[in-house]
Design a protein around this ligand. Sequence first.
Ligand code: NAD
Ligand code: LMR
Length: 327
Amino acid sequence: MTKTPITVTLTGAGGQIGYAALFRIAAGDMLGADQPVSLRLLEIPQGMRAAEGAALELTDCAFPLLAGVEISDAPEVAFDGANVAMLIGSRPRTAGMERGDLLEANGAIFGPQGRAIGARAADDVRVIVVGNPANTNALIAQQHAPEVPAERFTALTRLDHNRAVGLLAAEAGAGVAQIDGVTIWGNHSATQYPDLSHATVGGAPALEAVDPQWARGAYIERVAKRGAEIIEVRGGSSVASAANAAIEHVRDWMLGTGERRTSAAVVSHGEYGVPEGLISSFPVRSEGGAWRVVEGLAVDEFSRQRIDASVAELVSERDAVRQLGLI
Ligand code: NAD
Ligand code: LMR
């Protein structure tokens, strides 16, 4: 091993997504095939045994890139020196709930974790929040870590992006590799806007490859409500696809996207009229270890209304967590 290990702290390591993510991270899927990784697993006391079991299995895989595994139920210990923080630990919704219904139950987790990240993580820490409602939980964590540049706090909308790509490919009868320029705007919720206005299939406009009415109707509904569809069909919220998306988000953030575009919820600096400070999904590329919002895309009236509706929901979630005293 020649490279210094990167320390990855993963919360909710005893849960489903944690279990689906850990082995791929240790195998090199996230940070590269020559990059050693030290894992720090954060759990609550009730989840410690499951996290310990995962750690035993990690040992049993004898991954050459795995430089160590430590488990703790104390955020200050688990985030000490963290270069990457994957905040997964929190309660998933069940059938009939919207993700926003978890705001009060889960929001309280992210202030203390944000504080511990601010106090203990490495200077280059990058944070991805997966636990729902992800955008607003990321905002809570960010607000409690004034020592860390706000841009280092992000939330996962890559799963929505991947769903949007997968469903477009199926409709167009194309391979996913032929698709680019899909954007998820706004909140990781049913108001999100999967936008094909600038998407291409095999280099040609996506809106010529599929029925534009479908693209601006049933498609949006299907992508935005895919999480609920999975809960209904599977009997529990998405796991492997969520772990995969979180891994791809971190991989692209650290290693770059090249010219390819993806979606991530990042801190707004006012791009596309999204109020500054909200953590909202945008079209992004990653370069030099930083997400950059792709600017200058034309936004027509239909898209404007959709983006505004999802952003309005983010504003109301921010106001709700203010009222709860969480920020
Ligand atoms: P799970 O219930 O299987 O696991 C959650 C784990 O988190 C449990 O082991 C629990 O003990 C632990 N936990 C709870 N509070 C914690 C805390 N304060 N610190 C550390 N660990 C803590 O749930 P899951 O299926 O792994 O889902 C986790 C979260 O991810 C849920 O909120 C779910 O809604 C969300 N999710 C988000 C996306 C997305 O695209 N953003 C996709 C899928 C799931
Ligand atoms: C998803 O999109 O699958 C997750 O956010 C889980 C959920 O509650 O929908």
